[in-house]
Design a binder for this molecule. Structure first.
Ligand code: MN
Length: 199
């Protein structure tokens, strides 16, 4: 059985960027529902239930009749588990080592920010924008629809931005660009850097 991870801070910790009501509903309702529906889909699937969520999402053993539920609700559980850990009220900038990686991939940190923001403000429908690491180590920006995750494309998710309206609509309504701009202030760059894989 999968379970909601512990939130690493209080609901109001990310104010004013994300208000406490949005955090509480997002965590206790939306994320909880992904967990509940994933567990319901996996009822009786003892071997699949024993997998780590990262393993489940790329497993070839998922029966066709529950593949969509696993992709949607398993993806939702995984993406949101990363999401809470990716945020912080500490406002720490990326380390010099991470900045070097971003400069290597995008030309400058500002260019990375611009490209990511452009992808986030133009994404159509519900989904996520990600900074990912490719198999050979390079960084790039990708978008995923719904709760699809870069994991299933063989990419390592380093940082994801939740662009479902449930992530921001209570506070920002239709002003998605304002949400994206404010969100940069609460990225936990230490966690992002810790997800980089070295070979
Ligand atoms: Mn969400």
């Amino acid at each position: 059985m999968y379970a909601l991870p512990k939130l690493p801070y209080a609901y109001n910790a990310l104010e004013p960027v994300i208000d406490a009501a949005t955090m509480e509903i997002h965590y206790t309702k939306h994320h909880q529902t992904y967990v509940d529906k994933l567990n319901a889909a996996l009822e009786g699937q003892v071997e699949l239930q024993a997998l780590a969520i990262e393993e489940l999402l790329v497993s070839n053993a998922v029966p066709a009749e529950i593949a969509v539920a696993v992709r949607n609700h398993g993806g939702g559980h995984y993406n949101h588990s990363l999401w809470w850990e990716s945020l912080s009220s500490l406002e720490q900038p990326p380390s010099d080592a991470l900045r070097e990686r971003l400069i290597g991939a995008f030309g400058s940190v500002a260019a990375f920010n611009e490209q990511f923001t452009a992808a986030a403000t133009t994404l159509f429908g519900s989904g996520w924008v990600w900074l990912v690491q490719e198999k050979l180590g390079g960084l790039k920006i990708v978008s995923t629809a719904n709760q699809n995750t870069p994991l299933t494309d063989g990419l390592v998710p380093l940082l994801g931005l939740d662009l479902w309206e449930h992530a921001y609509y209570l506070q920002y309504q239709n002003r998605r660009a304002d949400y994206v701009t404010a969100w940069w202030k609460i990225v936990n760059w230490q966690t992002v850097e810790g997800r980089i894989r070295y070979t």
